[in-house]
Design a binder for this molecule. Structure first.
Ligand SMILES: [Cu+2]
Length: 124
């Protein structure tokens, strides 16, 4: 499960539309939360996203008993856009082990605006 960090994804160069781009309104886990081993990561947006444009990285940044932990990419997951097109779900093949994580995500909304962000959280 622990592989070296893959090259960063998604450099979307689409022009932003005149109206407001979609925003993240809720995530699971929430930023800086400590959670039980999650089987999925959920991002909720306030406006529809364009199907097929989402990408994400799940990076383990620390784990117990390892003082100098290099960034390690967790690769065993898929991403799915829910039917409402406002919910992006990263489905993990296995629940994330105890440790610290950064999720980096990128997607294009229906207006063509590129969005990206990151969430840090801890699994315990
Ligand atoms: Cu690790």
């Amino acid at each position: 499960m622990l592989k070296l960090l893959a090259p960063l994804l998604i450099a979307l160069a689409l022009p932003a539309a005149a109206y407001a781009a979609a925003k993240v309104v809720d995530t699971y886990p929430t930023a800086n939360a400590a959670v039980k081993p999650p089987g999925k990561i959920i991002l909720n947006f306030d406006a529809p996203l364009k199907p097929g444009t989402a990408g994400a990285e799940i990076i383990m940044t620390a784990m117990p008993g390892m003082t100098d932990h290099p960034p390690m990419a967790i690769k065993a997951f898929t991403n799915e856009l829910a039917n409402d097109k406002k919910t992006l779900v990263l489905k993990l093949k296995n629940p994330l082990p105890v440790g610290s994580y950064t999720i980096r995500w990128g997607v294009t909304d229906e207006s063509g605006a590129p969005l990206k962000g990151s969430i840090d959280f801890r699994v315990e």
